[in-house]
Ligand binder design. Structure first.
Ligand SMILES: [Fe+2]
Ligand SMILES: [Fe+2]
Length: 374
């Protein structure tokens, strides 16, 4: 018995403590372990019961949600509905008209997605505080410029929506029946031009609205429509990221309540993603005369078929865990190892952080590394 209690004292985490404590056979041994050196065996947990790993995962998610909120706020100021729920900005009629080519309800959807992101980080931060943890605050990094277009607030931003390189392979990834990014597979771009170069997803200034004429049948120049199309595909990119991030990180939380938080927020990202996947398919085919960016007709050759057809917005079943299993309709990827750093890399490659300081990248990398070490 002496030896077995010693094992409990050596426990280095709640999980290993519980495993060893249970292994020696019951509550008596666990009690001995708790009191063995006058320090509770849960001392490595932060006060209130969060393990360092759970706290690190929540802190990374809070940071990701703050970044999401910042970019969605910019979309809402110019293309959404500005009200008491999501204040700021006054909208740009030409940009809104171009977004509404994708769906007449785009301003409402942008508003609702923005409000959701506000609540995600606000809740996670409040939960961290309630457990004695540190909330995440990125305010010191609000250094990037706002759009100069009439309608935007002139405040410092965390994210840059004016030089995006949008990875549109989420489009084909969710249509493949034989491949899965967790198996190392790569996927074709829906909009090859968007994945190379740098493009605005919001008007940068009033010059981007040149030629727009309002009315029941507004005149929308191709350059302005291309900006709205870019936003449409960017919405899908952002929200599919959240769709994968939550299940990827949920696999490594230990507290059932923290798991409940991840399992309850994550699927709202998926609801956003599904909506944006549908709307992106309505982006009209065109070529931006100012920069040559091409939005192809995804329903016509050489596109079209199961990989590109615009009404195929639900996930095709594909391989999962092992090829020995039957295919299944799933979120992809969901590999947990390196998931936080992978998300940070994807957002960085998107161009969202162009102009950010080395201190910003260092802080986010630290949060991601700590989450991935959980
Ligand atoms: Fe979110
Ligand atoms: Fe989101």
């Amino acid at each position: 018995m002496e030896h077995k209690v010693q094992q409990s004292k050596d426990a280095t985490s709640r999980r290993s403590f519980l495993r060893k404590g249970l292994a020696v056979g019951g509550a008596g041994a666990i009690g001995a372990g708790l009191l063995a050196n006058g320090v509770p065996a849960f001392a490595e947990e932060e006060s209130g019961g969060l393990t360092p790993g759970d706290a690190a995962i929540l802190r990374f998610l809070s940071a990701a949600e703050i970044l999401e909120t910042d970019l969605w706020q910019q979309y809402n100021e110019l293309g959404g509905i500005q009200d008491s729920e999501v204040p700021g900005g006054s909208g740009i009629p030409g940009y809104i008209a171009a977004l509404q080519v994708l769906d007449g309800d785009m301003p409402q959807y942008i508003h609702d997605n923005t409000e959701d992101e506000f609540t995600h980080f606000t809740f996670i931060n409040a939960y961290l505080v309630s457990k004695g943890g540190d909330p995440v605050n990125l305010d010191r990094f609000r250094t990037l410029p706002s759009s100069k277009a009439t309608g935007a607030q002139q405040i410092g931003r965390l994210t840059n929506l004016m030089q995006l390189t949008v990875d549109t392979s989420w489009w084909t990834r969710y249509r493949s029946r034989t491949q899965n990014p967790d198996f190392g597979d790569t996927f074709a771009q829906a909009i090859p031009g968007l994945s190379k170069g740098q493009f605005p997803a919001i008007p940068r200034s009033d010059a981007d609205l040149k030629g727009f004429k309002p009315g029941n049948h507004p005149t929308i120049p191709d350059h302005l429509q291309a900006i709205a199309n870019t936003a449409g595909f960017h919405f899908g990119f952002i929200e599919q990221g959240g769709t994968s991030l939550y299940p990827s990180l949920a696999q490594r939380v230990t507290n059932p309540e923290v798991l409940r938080i991840l399992l309850s927020i994550g699927p709202t990202e998926t609801m956003h993603f599904q909506t944006w996947h549908d709307k992106a398919g309505n982006a009209p085919a065109l070529t931006d005369p100012t920069n040559g960016l091409v939005f192809p007709d995804l329903n016509a050759s050489p596109f079209g078929g199961e990989d590109f057809q615009t009404n195929l917005i639900m996930p095709e079943p594909t391989i999962f865990l092992s090829r020995k299993f039957p295919v299944v309709s799933i979120i992809r990827p969901t590999e947990t190892q390196g998931a936080a750093m992978g998300a940070l890399k994807a957002l960085t490659a998107d161009g969202l952080f162009i102009g950010q300081s080395p201190a910003f990248f260092a802080f986010l990398q630290q949060l991601a590394q700590q989450a991935d070490a959980a």
